[in-house]
Design a protein around this ligand. Structure first.
Ligand code: HEM
Length: 442
């Protein structure tokens, strides 16, 4: 039987034009419900495109690694993303992507990370002191400010205060436009405001690059300005501007989501919280945190993996199909979009026992459930295009968690809606309202 004679996956293309876009954007269980009905591969129509959803470790491996040449990142992202985030690493393929990833790499590994630790710790401590002085607050919004400040100080060298707050506001406007259903470019629409915010951010970056001409600096932007490829060519100013914009975007939205889920899960599981506090105590940490000290926090690593599994900030990734293929007996034609599904892959009970339970011990060396099958834990993607900022994010989250566990108390306030909303990144509807105190402020 030839490829084309095989059937398309089951599923529904929904209403004309709009397809199933509304349910996709508003219902966190969109994928779960369809999987119950159609299985682990099904078709739908979202964001104006015919799309095949593929769930599970095998599908992840197929898309992220073994059959990568069938897919394009550039064609996978919805049009709003292309417009708002520009021709950056997210949207590049082939040689162009390989060259640029290599050029950006030094800013996220090795010595660069060592240089970032102290600033991260200082900014986090500053926020703990601020929160201590507030009676109660919604943590998600506060964490967003904090992670944005860390990203913009370390990546762009901005000074905290008015300038960073202005950039943060532009970013919020930009992010609000990413999932606009009707991308109408007018001053009063979400999408129009997002385009205006993008332009302001790009102008800001342009001026900043101009200022750096004689002294590029040690932050990520400085490293981007100074790194050349194997032919001795540097990134152009336009390239640097869009890559920096992407780093700022990728560098804080996702981390905010994971930190919010971390704080929520620890408060909801007092026994695990006590165990995590004990690990910090046993390590006898004194003075500033270093990468070596962070490495010793192995139980914290398990907790973060469990947050990644149960509350992945990004529900899935999109790719354009550039070569038709068959998978599990179904035909997927060139020109369609596929999406590998992170949230539902992490719910596979063949791999993760009691998948709905928050259980960091599933990642202990003895159990190591995620090692049963490759590509079963994919909160940061996988394969050659694994998240570039993984080490940066891990470091930030571990510094935050270590300080939180050693110096802070917090309680989730009653009477709030903790239902999880998936867009733009996973977060509780109420924003996680808490009371908070920290001995760091004394
Ligand atoms: C908790 C934090 C984070 C999570 C959960 C996360 C998640 C992800 C995921 C799922 C992908 C793959 C998307 C796909 O396959 O379609 C990805 C890629 C990427 N991430 Fe992250 N990320 C995080 C933090 C960061 C940070 C801090 C940065 C940079 C400062 C960053 C930069 C990137 C970049 C540039 C890519 C694209 C890599 C490429 O195409 O080669 N991420 N991330």
């Amino acid at each position: 039987m030839s490829e084309v004679s095989k059937p398309l996956p089951p599923g529904s293309l929904g209403l004309p034009i709009i397809g199933e876009t509304l349910s996709f954007l508003l219902d966190r269980n969109f994928a779960y419900k369809r999987e119950q009905e159609f299985g682990s591969i099904y078709k739908t129509n979202i964001l104006g495109r015919k799309t095949i959803f593929m769930t599970g470790a095998e599908a992840n491996k197929f898309i992220l690694s073994s059959h990568m040449d069938h897919f394009s990142w550039g064609q996978g992202w919805p049009e709003n993303f292309r417009k708002l985030l520009g021709e950056s690493l997210f949207l590049q393929d082939g040689e162009e992507h390989r060259r640029n990833r290599k050029l950006l790499m030094p800013a996220f590994h090795g010595q660069a990370l060592v240089n970032y630790t102290q600033t991260m710790e200082e900014i986090i401590q500053k926020y703990f002191k601020k929160w201590h002085s507030q009676e109660n607050f919604a943590w998600f919004t506060e964490l967003k400010q904090m992670t944005f400040e860390i990203a913009s100080v370390l990546l762009l060298g901005t000074t905290p205060g008015e300038q960073t707050e202005r950039l943060s506001q532009w970013f919020t406007d930009l992010t609000n436009g990413l999932f606009a259903i009707f991308p109408i470019e007018a001053s009063w629409t979400k999408y129009g405001k997002a385009i205006a915010a993008r332009d302001r951010l790009l102008d800001y970056l342009d001026e900043e690059i101009e200022r750096r001409k004689s002294n590029p600096g040690k932050d990520t932007l400085g490293l981007m300005l100074q790194t050349s490829d194997e032919n001795g060519d540097y990134l152009t100013r336009e390239e640097i501007k869009v890559q920096a914009l992407l780093m700022l975007f990728a560098g804080h939205e996702t981390t905010t989501s994971m930190l919010t889920s971390l704080c929520m899960s620890l408060a909801q599981n007092p026994n695990l919280l006590a165990k995590a506090r004990k690990e910090q105590e046993d390590l006898g940490i004194e003075g500033e945190l270093t990468l070596e000290k962070l490495k010793q926090m192995t139980y914290l690593d398990q907790i973060l993996k469990e947050v990644e599994r149960l509350y992945p900030p990004v529900a899935g990734g999109f790719r354009g199909v550039v070569k038709s293929f068959t998978f599990k007996g179904y035909y997927v034609p060139k020109g369609w979009i596929v999406s590998y599904r992170i949230t539902s892959s992490h719910q596979d009970s063949q791999i993760f026992s009691n998948p709905k339970t928050f259980d960091p011990d599933r990642f202990s060396p003895e159990r190591a459930e995620h090692k049963k099958k490759e590509y079963s834990l994919v909160g940061f993607g996988g394969g050659p295009r694994f998240c570039l900022g993984y080490a940066f994010a891990q470091m930030e989250m571990k510094i935050f968690a270590s300080l939180l566990l050693r110096y802070c108390q917090w309680d989730i306030l009653p009477d709030q809606d903790l239902t999880l909303e998936p867009i733009p990144t996973l977060h509780p509807k109420s924003g996680l309202k808490v009371t908070f105190s920290s001995s760091l402020s004394v």
